[in-house]
Design a protein around this ligand. Structure first.
Ligand SMILES: [Zn+2]
Length: 146
């Protein structure tokens, strides 16, 4: 989760999904992923209406989303999600220590682009040829003394 805020409005990292022009944010208040239609070019911060069902105090002000190149699939495991009963408590405006622990955990963050290993493939070695027996053997000075 992006800890920054602009004018008292939280700024969230937006991750790409399989759908073009869609952005996914991990909401640390709802402990869920919200999906928005991109309204700005990628990497441009824009303002979105909150999709929160937990209704935090700033809900009416919405939030900023800063889209990044990282896909949601790569960071999905980094985002703590509410279990069913926790989601119902959150929607009812209640909380528990386990919910607060998940809300305090660090959220997904942008990752460096994945490495393209095809660029680093080792050169192919020449095929080994059939074993060649030497035609002559080395001679040594002490052999010649005899
Ligand atoms: Zn939310």
């Amino acid at each position: 989760m992006n800890e920054r805020e602009i004018g008292g409005v939280p700024l969230l990292w937006g991750f790409t999904t399989l759908t073009p022009m869609e952005v996914a944010v991990h909401c640390r208040w709802c402990l869920a992923w919200h999906h928005h239609k991109l309204t700005a070019p990628p990497n441009v911060v824009d303002y979105y209406e909150a999709h929160c069902y937990a209704r935090p105090d700033w809900y009416d002000r919405g939030y900023w989303i800063q889209p990044c190149e990282t896909s949601r699939a790569r960071v999905f495991g980094m985002g703590k999600r509410a279990r069913g009963w926790e989601a119902r408590l959150l929607a009812a405006g209640e909380t528990t220590p386990s919910i607060q622990r998940r809300q305090a955990a660090p959220g997904p963050r942008p990752l460096p682009p994945p490495v393209d290993w095809s660029k680093y493939q080792r050169e192919r070695r020449p095929r080994p040829t059939a074993n060649q027996w030497p035609m002559s053997y080395p001679t040594f000075p002490e052999d010649e003394d005899e």
